[in-house]
Design a protein around this ligand. Structure first.
Ligand code: ATP
Ligand code: MG
Length: 171
């Protein structure tokens, strides 16, 4: 078991390619109400959690809710891939605006493993190329997180490390 220290008042970005297990991790370690997922917000604004054309509206709504939670001093976890720089910089800015710590938890699973999971999911239909691009973006992401302003960065590599991790909230 590995305890990951996370400040009790923080904005946690889960980071990982599709199929890495972000939503599973979020369900396991946080309250449902603490987790804001891009899928849920796409469904809210467009009736379809996979409708990428709804992403801008979905993230708008997600950031609005995250801001309300942080203003009220509530731990908030964002479940989205976060492999693109602009997605992360928005979160760092939001955390700063509310004077809370931005935390990154990276789930780094081999692309092959994620792909074989993805192929079995009825709720995912994108091609291999999408995952390959996310994977390239993730490699770049890993080099940049500290510089981007994430004050706590936890990187879990592989299935076993992800399985063994627990969250320890710090007052
Ligand atoms: P997305 O970005 O597409 O939302 P995700 O990172 O949220 O993906 P999950 O939905 O958590 O990924 O997991 C992807 C699939 O892998 C799911 O079908 C889930 O049941 C399965 N899965 C997650 N963790 C494990 C695990 N430790 N062992 C086996 N299967 C797992
Ligand atoms: Mg998910």
């Amino acid at each position: 078991m590995t305890e990951l220290p996370v400040p009790a008042l923080s904005l946690v970005a889960l980071i990982g390619i599709s199929g890495a297990g972000k939503s599973t991790f979020a369900r396991r370690h946080f309250l449902p109400s603490q987790v804001l997922s891009s899928d849920a917000f796409r469904a809210m604004v467009a009736d379809d959690e996979t409708d990428q054309s709804a992403s801008a509206a979905a993230f708008d709504a997600l950031h609005y809710v995250a801001g309300k939670r942080l203003a009220a001093g509530r731990l908030t976890v964002i479940d989205a891939t976060h492999v693109q720089e602009h997605a992360r910089s928005t979160l760092v800015a939001l955390a700063r605006a509310h004077d809370v710590l931005p935390v990154a938890i990276v789930l780094d699973l081999p692309e092959e493993e994620c792909w074989s999971r993805t192929e079995q999911r009825p709720d995912r239909s994108f091609g291999r190329g999408v995952l390959a691009r996310q994977s390239r973006d993730l490699r770049r992401t890993l080099k940049r997180l500290n510089r981007e302003g994430f004050r706590t960065v936890h990187v879990l590599r592989g299935r076993d490390e992800i399985e063994a991790a627990t969250i320890r909230l710090q007052p």
